[in-house]
Design a binder for this molecule. Structure first.
Ligand code: ATP
Length: 358
């Protein structure tokens, strides 16, 4: 029997609430299909841990995670701990050290959900965001804080290897999924050094992949096209910052943060990849049992696909779509009155019945 070892980091706020529903779904899948099993180990490295120990994870934290098949991550963020600490001491070390240079975010309007754009055409594309360098580096500095001459410099770091590998991933993804076009999100007209370099490397790879179409838009125009004609995109390739912004916009046009999943992927498989909902710890609703667990359950489904079980990914999505289409058990963010747990249970109920798993 195949055993998948999964590290679970529930995190802060609604992170533990939605993650326990995702783990429930995984457990149910392995009850239905006895050919595999999940071994999960929970790591409570969160803001509480930071307040007790002065660090977000133990010194050998990365070592401890290294040999897992994948990581399921909840959400992190707590008003008692500055955001840069949670980001720079937990999320980014995992993403960077485990070379999770792809941030994969599907933007797909599931059956049963209505886009605020009220479009007839299906919205279904992927944002492939560079996840390890670009605008999110700690290169830079600040001086003379509080004085009139105060200044700050933040450097964007783009490397040939970094841009090449994310572009190659986007083209491989397009080809594997039978898609016909990659859209490059850029701003090389204004950000003349790094984005020009980005475009040049992206276009070198585009030349080598002529069987797949290529187009390029400046990020401001592209943001408008996301609203005007989202159905025209298939694979959107973006730098770290642009991808971050576009994917929140993308999630807003297909149901909001309660639904949006993501994967931080190490394509070589040398290190574990990490799957997490796009949303944060949502302190405004934490502890109330009303968080939508679908984003985290979908993230777990992406994890299953990454582990080679696209069949299980499809099973989970089909169950979610059934629950959405029935409109009986939904959390308040998408117009229902049900609890996190009730939605998790409803999805599990559909897993049992949808007959996809023999
Ligand atoms: P971060 O900076 O970590 O992304 P944030 O506070 O900017 O955190 P979120 O925590 O994602 O962003 O919350 C943004 C809004 O979306 C909040 O009003 C929150 O309640 C809502 N929200 C986020 N996730 C969910 C969810 N799973 N279910 C319902 N509402 C959610």
């Amino acid at each position: 029997m195949k055993v998948y070892n999964i590290a679970v980091l529930p995190g802060d706020g609604i992170g533990p609430e939605v993650t326990s529903e995702a783990v429930k779904v995984l457990r149910k899948l392995s009850e239905i299909d006895v050919s595999f099993q999940f071994e999960t180990e929970e790591f409570n490295w969160n803001s509480e841990y930071y307040l007790r120990h002065g660090s977000m994870m133990p010194e050998d934290g990365l070592e401890q995670l290294r040999d897992f098949d994948a990581i399921l991550f909840g959400a992190i963020g707590d008003s008692r701990v500055p955001d840069p600490v949670t980001i720079w001491e937990l999320i980014l070390p995992i993403r960077k050290n485990f070379q999770q240079y792809v941030n994969f975010r599907p933007i797909k309007l599931l059956n049963g959900l209505e886009s605020p754009l009220k479009k007839d055409a299906p919205i279904d594309f992927a944002i492939i965001r560079e996840n390890s360098e670009g605008e999110y580096t700690n290169s830079g500095g600040a001086m003379f804080q509080g004085e009139d001459r105060e200044m700050a410099v933040q450097n964007t770091v783009m490397t040939r290897q970094g841009v090449k590998q994310i572009t190659e991933f986007a083209y491989d993804y397009a080809r594997e999924h039978g898609l016909s076009k990659v859209t490059n999100a850029t701003k090389s007209n204004a950000v003349i050094h790094t984005m020009n370099f980005w475009d040049r490397v992206v276009e070198e790879i585009a030349e080598e992949n002529k069987d797949i179409g290529y187009e390029k838009y400046y990020i401001d125009a592209l943001a408008a096209y996301f609203v005007q004609r989202p159905e025209s995109f298939e694979v959107v390739l973006a730098s770290n910052l642009f991808g971050d912004i576009l994917s929140d916009l993308g999630s807003a046009i297909v149901g909001g943060l309660g639904i949006a999943p993501s994967g931080n992927i190490n394509p070589s498989g040398e290190f574990p990849s990490m799957f997490e909902a796009v949303h944060g710890s949502a302190p405004d609703i934490a502890g109330k049992g009303v968080a939508n667990p679908m984003a985290q359950i979908w993230s777990a489904a992406l994890m299953l696909e990454h582990l080679g079980r696209k069949d299980l990914h499809d099973t989970v999505l089909a169950a979610m779509e059934e629950v959405l289409a029935e409109k009986k058990v939904l959390t308040p963010d998408i117009g229902g009155a049900s609890s996190t747990e009730e939605v998790g249970d409803a999805i599990i109920g559909k897993l049992k019945n949808n007959g996809v798993i023999e």
